[in-house]
Design a binder for this molecule. Sequence first.
Ligand SMILES: [Zn+2]
Length: 199
Amino acid sequence: MIIDSNINCKNYETEILNNYQIYSYECPKCQSKHYWVRHATYGRNVVLVENYVFVEMKMEILRLKCNSCKSTHAILPSAIIPYCIYSLACIFKIITEHYLKKNSVICIAKKYKISFQLIYHFLKLFSSFINECISTLRILEIIKCASIPTLKEILKLIVGNFENNSFAKEYAKINNWPFLMKKFQNIYPIPIYIGFANL
Ligand SMILES: [Zn+2]
């Protein structure tokens, strides 16, 4: 897969799906450039958040084939977490409500009309990335002291220092991994190739 930071779920159709162009992506498998051909498309659902409502949207995702090594790669917008139906913005909204606005899980569940199990899932997902968040923030020199910050402090630093999920972009740059992607996280060698474009 190739995650393109210049693309979001809303402009995907015009910029990628219906935009017949010469693709300049670097192949995550063989590092060739400009050998791309359109291979296929597939349907994928993504949940976005608009005001206080979770909205499920169906997307058609383009898969490109590298003519140099014959591997195929889906082109994904950066708002998407691979293998996860919920967008980064959805998860951020909920964890922010909980940790920074101090709303209870029951209260958030009512406000967004989602189950409390889903909220706990998001909180657990974020906390499972905490060590990577700390090391990323240290590399970016946002955390300078030696003490280990709490989950709430880390979220505060992320929200305060990065606009519109730009933390995910910095995270990908440093860790070479999509922020909050659980699948294959601790598997070596990783059975897939992940590339990032326009970071
Ligand atoms: Zn290739």
